[in-house]
Write a protein that binds this ligand. Structure first.
Ligand SMILES: Cc1cc2nc3c(=O)[nH]c(=O)nc-3n(C[C@H](O)[C@H](O)[C@H](O)COP(=O)(O)OP(=O)(O)OC[C@H]3O[C@@H](n4cnc5c(N)ncnc54)[C@H](O)[C@@H]3O)c2cc1C
Length: 378
């Protein structure tokens, strides 16, 4: 279904160089500081890696979905928090690219492509996580504005992003046609933010609640048609879950690399622990799983690029397989480093904490299985 070409290989080499030289040395500090890594963002922007896939006509690099996945993978390999800047940006870009008007695309995409503005995506609420349709944030039409009221929870880059794609109930009781999607500006009157959440991992990615109190949004900031927000939300996730899969592959590869380097150096019983077959079988399984997940992610990326009918299945499968792989591989990497793996002196414990989120956000892996089963049983 797909073949990597020279462009993909060159992009990987370039992304790996920037990640290894400029992001890796600060990754542990980003995790410790638990604040938005502005320097890492500046590095991504300078290298043109912060928003891959925006078409050239809007000032972007115009790379395809596999190239975007490779970029995400290479950044996540060294620093998942920096990678989350790219993946959360994409959550805002995809609704613009696929569902917004040409005017809206021209208005917002160039600022994102240049790195001047970051995007956020606000769907989750305290009582509406997996059950998106249970959301309570309301949008009431009043003259030439929509008036938003409610609370969004767990919003990545909230307070940093200049623009947010926000989902709200515009047409209560209309079932799958009750939600609409809006572009909200961070400085719109009536919007405010909570304190950053104190998380297990992905600490350099800022996660906050967003409060809307009579927040007025001009009517020309509705994305697509009124009442079609659920379509925008789910259609976006089909594409962006491929990126979470790529993020997970990157984290897993980073942990595998660290473990392989360590077991060749570490000596016990008079020899390198890599000489023990029990250890060799573990790294063989880790490498096999990472490669299987990578191929699944690229297969899904090819479908994202082509807009294939089975993208919903492939996006969910790639995210689910890769994130379960990342959790297993990072846990095994900690095991291979023994006591040292359990300390912050080595990167694998951070990778294990960072891997966990890939099983949770953009739909938990239980929800991915619900999505896949629905597709198979249809
Ligand atoms: C760091 C972080 C960043 C995030 N960023 C964003 C963001 O930028 N924008 C945004 O909108 N959201 C964001 N989220 C929210 C995230 O997408 C939700 O946390 C996730 O969808 C799960 O929702 P929940 O936390 O309410 O869990 P719940 O829905 O309460 O789920 C709890 C448990 O029940 C399981 N469960 C629920 N329903 C079913 C079912 N039908 N069958 C089987 N099991 C089920 C779940 O799998 C899970 O194990 C972020 C979350 C985190 C932690």
């Amino acid at each position: 279904m797909y073949l990597l070409d020279d462009v993909h290989h060159e992009l990987r080499a370039a992304a790996r160089r920037v990640s290894t030289e400029k992001l890796a040395p600060r990754a542990a500090a980003v995790d410790e500081a638990a604040v938005f890594p502005q320097e890492s963002y500046d590095v991504l922007v300078a290298a043109g890696l912060h928003a891959p896939g925006i078409p050239e006509q809007y000032g972007g690099d115009g790379v395809d979905a596999i190239a975007s996945a490779i970029t995400v993978e290479e950044v996540a390999r060294v620093c998942a928090s920096s990678c989350a800047i790219i993946t959360s940006n994409k959550l805002g870009v995809v609704p613009l690219l696929h569902y917004a008007s040409e005017d809206q695309r021209q208005r917002y995409l160039p600022e994102i492509a240049s790195g001047e503005a970051l995007m956020a995506y606000a769907i989750s609420e305290r009582e509406a996580g997996s059950d998106v349709a249970a959301m309570r944030t309301s949008a009431r039409l009043d003259g030439d504005s929509w008036v938003l009221n409610g609370v969004k929870t767990w919003i990545t880059s909230a307070g940093i992003a200049r623009y947010l794609v926000v989902f709200a109930v515009s047409d209560p009781g209309q079932g799958s046609r009750s939600l609409s999607a809006f572009i909200v500006h961070a400085d719109d009157p009536g919007i405010s933010y909570g304190e950053p959440e104190r998380k297990m991992g992905l600490k350099g990615s800022v996660t906050r609640e967003v409060y809307f109190e009579n927040c007025r949004v001009p009517v020309d900031r509705l994305i697509g048609e009124r009442g079609r927000g659920m379509r925008v939300a789910l259609g976006t996730l089909d594409h962006t879950r491929v990126s979470i899969g790529a993020e997970a592959v990157g984290i897993a590869q980073g942990a595998l690399d660290a473990a392989v380097a360590y077991i060749k150096e570490r000596r016990q019983f008079g020899r390198a622990i890599a000489d023990f077959q029990g250890i060799q079988f573990m790294v063989a399984d880790m490498g096999m799983k990472v490669e299987a997940a990578r191929q699944m992610v690229y297969a899904a990326a090819a479908r994202s690029e082509a807009g294939s009918d089975d993208l919903t299945f492939f996006g969910a499968a790639a995210k689910c397989l890769a994130s379960d792989t990342a959790m297993a591989v990072t846990t095994d990497a900690v095991q291979l480093l023994g006591g040292y793996g359990y300390t912050r002196d080595f990167p694998v414990e951070r990778m294990m904490r960072d891997a966990k989120i890939t099983q949770i956000y953009e739909g938990t892996n239980q929800i991915q299985r619900v999505v896949m089963a629905r597709h198979l049983l249809a």
